[in-house]
Design a protein around this ligand. Structure first.
Ligand code: CDP
Length: 234
């Protein structure tokens, strides 16, 4: 669906944790036969790599202190992002990390990695290299504002903290874990603050992004909305 010769189309989906970006990005990419580029997964893989490098048992704070003090060089961590059968494969030392990046331990430490300019530069370069070879749906925090500011296709998905916490609880329950709503709402609120306060690459709605509140919408509803906006724009 690229309009201008070889130029690839990039659809940017930004928003806070639990706004539904990842689910919707993957469904939309499937519908359009685009590549789904998951920027959070690359930050997660860098975090896991640094956790393994530092050894088990470091508190999140010590992890963060060491990563900053050591001037962590992300290029040396053995992280590589590949395209395998039209999908993003996040590899550490040549092996796909799968669900190992989705643990609460990784989530508790990722902010230190996501705050580091060197890590953000590596992730952004990777996403831009995808855009040279494929049409993309990219989900993240700063995709429309920093990584692909030139794309005309920008959306910002949001939902109330309550709804986002309920969604997280559903995910935990499906994985067999019980986590209380109060704790989840508190964690989501904290992550929003961290994501918004970041000096570079902070979570924010780009001025020209279309805002969709997903609180009362199913993933299918959101995809339909996105498609109708895109048909107007394409
Ligand atoms: O789906 P969820 O919001 O839990 O996480 P994610 O999209 O995998 O992102 C995890 C964390 O990575 C976020 O809380 C951000 O701190 C960071 N991140 C970022 O800084 N910039 C991005 N483009 C994507 C993620």
């Amino acid at each position: 669906m690229s309009k201008r010769g070889a130029a690839k189309t990039v659809i940017a989906l930004d928003g806070p944790a639990g706004s539904g970006k990842s689910t919707v990005a993957s469904m939309l990419a499937e519908r359009l036969a685009y590549l789904h580029a998951d920027s959070g997964a690359i930050y997660r893989t860098l975090t896991l790599a640094w956790m393994e490098r530092m050894g088990e048992g470091l508190s999140p704070e010590d992890f963060g202190r060491l990563a900053t003090a050591d001037k962590l060089r992300p290029e040396e961590l053995g992280v590589e992002v590949r395209l395998v059968e039209g999908r993003q494969s996040n590899c550490l030392n040549g092996v796909d990390v799968g669900a190992r990046i989705r643990t609460p331990q990784v989530t508790a430490r990722i902010r230190y990695i996501a705050d580091m300019r060197a890590c953000r530069d590596v992730v952004n370069a990777q996403l831009r290299s995808f855009a040279r070879v494929a049409d993309l749906v990219v989900d993240g925090r700063d995709i429309g504002s920093v990584v692909f500011p030139e794309t005309p296709y920008k959306f910002y998905l949001d939902a109330s903290v309550q709804v986002r916490a309920e969604r997280r609880q559903g995910e935990f329950q499906r994985g067999g874990a019980q986590v209380g709503m109060e704790q989840l709402a508190r964690e989501i609120h904290e992550r929003d603050e961290q994501d918004r306060a970041r000096p570079f690459g902070a979570l924010r709605q780009a001025e020209d992004a279309i805002l969709i509140d997903t609180s009362l919408l199913s993933p299918n509803d959101v995809v339909h909305r996105l498609l109708s906006y895109l048909q107007i724009q394409f």
